[in-house]
Design a protein around this ligand. Structure first.
Ligand SMILES: [Zn+2]
Ligand SMILES: [Zn+2]
Length: 355
C-alpha cells in the first residue's frame, strides 16, 4: 500500500478550500447566468403583453361615448329634479304659512262678529287655491323628471351590457396572449438551463474524481441553482397540474436513484466480502483506511468495529483483520504501513491464515 496525503492537514485544508472554490465558482456562474436571463426575459416582442392593447377600440369607444352622453343626460335630469324639489318645499312652506294666517284671521273675524268682509274671504281663499295648484304643478313636474330618469336608466342597461361583453372578450384575448408569452419565456429559459444541467450530470458522472473536481461540483451547483431558481418558477402552471406532475416525477426519480444506488452498494459489498480477506486487504486504498480508522469503522464492511471497549483484532461483522501485533509488542491498525511504536513495516497476516 502506498502512503498518500489523505488525512494530512494540508490535504484537509485543501479540501475545505476546494469546496470554497466550488461555491465561489457556482456563485460567479450564477451571476453570469442571471445577467443573461435578465437580458432575455423581455426578449419576446418587447416585454409582457399589456391588457390595454387587447381592447377593441372601434367597438368600445362609441359605446363609451354613448354611455358618457347618457350619464351626462341623467346628471342634468338629476339637477333639475333637485331644483324642483327645492321649489316644492318652498311652495309647501308658503302654503302652510298662508293657511295658518287665514285660519287666525277667520277666528278673529268670527269672534268680533264682523261679517261684512265676504269679498276679503273670497280673495284670501282664492290666493290659497292658487298656492295649492302651484304645489300640485311642482309635484307633477317632479314625477315627469323621475320618469325621464327611469327612461335614461333603461337606455343605459343595454349599452353597459355590450361594454361588459367587449371587456370580457378583451380579457380573454389578453389571457391567451399572457399564456403564450409565459410559454415563450419558459421555452427560452429551458433552452438556457437544460444544457448546463445535462453537462453537469455528465461531468459529475465522469469527472467528479478528477483533479479539478471543485469546478465540476461548482458547475453542478450552478446548474442545479439555475434549474430551481430560474426555470422552476416559470413552469407554466396549467392550473397547477404541471408543477404537481413535475414534483411527483422528481420525487420518484430521486427515490428510485437513491434505492438503486444503495442496492448497487450492497451488491458491491457482497461481492467484496466474497473475496478472501487477503484480497480485500490488498485492494484497500490508503485513503479509505485512514477515513475508516478515524471513524472507527471497518474499511471493508463499513460497520463499527468496536461494539464495546474491548480492543479488537478482527472485524466482528466480516472477519477482516484490523489490528496486527508488532514484534515490539505494539498493536497497529493493519492498513497503516508502519508500526506506531518502533517504525518497522506492518506485516499483514499471511493468506494461509484466511478463514
Ligand atoms: Zn468488517
Ligand atoms: Zn513495532
Amino acid at each position: 500500500m502506498t502512503t498518500t496525503q489523505a488525512g494530512s492537514r494540508p490535504a484537509r485544508l485543501l479540501n475545505i478550500a476546494s469546496w470554497l472554490v466550488a461555491i465561489a465558482f457556482a456563485v460567479a456562474l450564477s451571476w453570469l447566468g442571471e445577467l443573461l436571463i435578465r437580458d432575455m426575459a423581455f426578449l419576446p416582442h418587447g416585454g409582457p403583453p399589456d391588457a390595454q392593447q387587447f381592447v377593441d377600440h372601434t367597438a368600445v369607444d362609441p359605446l363609451d361615448a354613448q354611455l358618457a352622453a347618457l350619464q351626462k343626460e341623467r346628471d342634468g335630469v338629476d339637477d333639475q329634479r333637485s331644483a324642483a324639489n327645492k321649489r316644492l318645499d318652498r311652495a309647501q312652506q308658503a302654503y302652510a304659512d298662508a293657511k295658518d294666517a287665514f285660519e287666525r284671521w277667520v277666528d278673529t273675524r268670527n269672534a268680533t262678529g264682523n261679517s261684512a268682509q265676504d269679498a276679503a274671504v273670497l280673495q284670501r281663499t282664492r290666493t290659497l287655491d292658487t298656492q295649492l295648484a302651484d304645489i300640485t304643478r311642482q309635484q307633477a313636474a317632479i314625477h315627469t323628471l323621475e320618469d325621464q330618469r327611469n327612461a335614461i336608466d333603461a337606455r343605459m342597461v343595454p349599452v353597459a351590457a355590450k361594454l361588459n361583453t367587449e371587456s370580457q372578450a378583451a380579457n380573454d384575448r389578453f389571457d391567451a396572449a399572457a399564456r403564450h408569452y409565459a410559454l415563450v419565456v419558459f421555452a427560452w429559459r429551458l433552452c438556457l438551463t437544460l444544457p448546463p444541467l445535462l453537462i453537469a450530470a455528465w461531468l459529475v458522472v465522469r469527472h467528479r474524481k478528477s483533479r479539478y473536481w471543485p469546478f465540476v461540483y461548482g458547475f453542478a451547483l450552478f446548474a442545479l441553482a439555475g434549474f430551481f431558481f430560474e426555470l422552476v418558477p416559470y413552469l407554466p402552471s396549467f392550473g397547477g397540474y404541471v408543477r404537481a406532475v413535475v414534483a411527483i416525477a422528481l420525487t420518484v426519480f430521486a427515490g428510485v436513484t437513491m434505492l438503486r444506488t444503495f442496492a448497487r452498494y450492497v451488491e458491491r459489498k457482497r461481492a467484496e466480502l466474497e473475496q478472501s480477506q487477503h484480497e480485500r486487504a490488498r485492494h484497500m486504498s490508503y485513503d479509505k483506511a485512514v477515513t475508516a480508522y478515524t471513524k472507527h469503522l471497518c474499511p471493508s464492511c463499513d460497520k463499527p468495529w468496536t461494539p464495546g471497549d474491548t480492543p479488537v483484532s478482527f472485524c466482528v461483522h466480516c472477519g477482516l483483520q484490523l489490528f496486527v501485533p508488532c514484534g515490539c509488542g505494539a498493536r497497529n491498525f493493519a492498513f497503516f504501513p508502519f508500526c506506531s511504536q518502533c517504525g518497522t513495516a506492518v506485516a499483514l497476516q499471511s493468506p494461509s491464515s484466511d478463514t
